[in-house]
Design a protein. Structure first.
Length: 277
């Protein structure tokens, strides 16, 4: 008889080690969401980011981290109160996980924890492979003017997750695309997501994007406009190495051929189709 964990894993077409790793990441993410729901987390926080897009909007690429925003500023908030419950949730499905709290090296509004699955060994031949690990982050001082909605998950049981609406998810991704500081590396997954939003004709919540830009200090309130955002987008695309962009996202997509069209000119034309509301 299949366990719930086996049932969740059976939803994936697994042909490679990377497929298995991506599937395990996503199952761990969903079990974490289930535990957070069971313990009232979504009364005070909302889910956003690439993993939210993947799980609830069928973004056709895998994602690693769980990103959350409190509904209101709360410097006293701590993830610690949920960690034992998350470990217990995994035990219900026959898994043992190790939770490590990340020590902040700089002053930040983001609280982080790492969740590592020590149970799964992909194959005896791959014992040196790193354990599957996901990161949980909560913004305790979030930019405001966003809307949320309740989204349903059916496994490991039926439950609801408070999520940013799609226009606000797009605003967050637009801000990340423009301003993400990633140690001089490029995050091609941001480019993939921008393409996905535009191809699906989603709009950007301009009010939330403004709040993010102001809070991060990248744009002053008086300078923010659709025209200025478009200017920044063009500069970002023209100054980026598209091959490095592709290299970052390749491990997370099933069909590498869908990136064949990617070029500077392609993205310059693509972003002209972005709509703001």
């Amino acid at each position: 008889m299949k366990t719930v964990f086996d049932q969740m894993l059976s939803r994936y077409e697994i042909q490679t080690i990377e497929d298995k790793k991506n599937a395990l990441h996503e199952i761990m993410q969903e079990i974490c969401l289930a535990s957070l729901y069971r313990n009232g987390f979504f009364d005070k926080a909302a889910f956003y980011g690439g993993t939210c897009l993947r799980i609830f909007h069928q973004l056709p690429r895998f994602s690693e981290d769980l990103d959350f925003s409190l509904m209101d500023n709360d410097e006293r908030f701590s993830l610690d109160q949920y960690m034992d419950a998350i470990k217990e949730e995994f035990r219900l499905y026959g898994r043992e996980v190790e939770v490590t709290k990340k020590t902040k090296s700089v002053n930040s509004n983001i609280e982080s924890a790492f969740l590592k699955d020590n149970t799964e060994i992909f194959d005896v031949a791959f014992q040196t492979e790193k354990s599957v690990k996901i990161k949980i982050e909560v913004d305790k001082h979030p930019p405001m003017l966003f809307e949320t909605e309740q989204k349903l998950l059916l496994l490991p049981f039926s439950f609801m997750v408070r999520c940013f609406t799609i226009a606000n998810l797009f605003a967050g991704k637009m801000h990340a695309f423009l301003f993400r500081a990633w140690n001089n590396r490029v995050k091609g997954r941001d480019w993939y997501d921008i393409e996905w939003y535009v191809r699906n004709d989603y709009t950007v919540n301009m009010n939330h994007l403004k709040e993010r830009c102001i809070q991060s200090g990248h744009i002053s309130r008086n300078d923010i406009s659709r025209e200025f955002i478009m200017l920044l987008l063009r500069k970002k695309i023209q100054s980026s190495n598209i091959e490095r962009v592709k290299d970052d996202v390749l491990p997370f997509v099933k069909n590498p051929k869908e990136l064949n069209i990617w070029s500077t000119e392609y993205f310059l034309q693509l972003i002209e189709k972005v709509r703001f509301v």
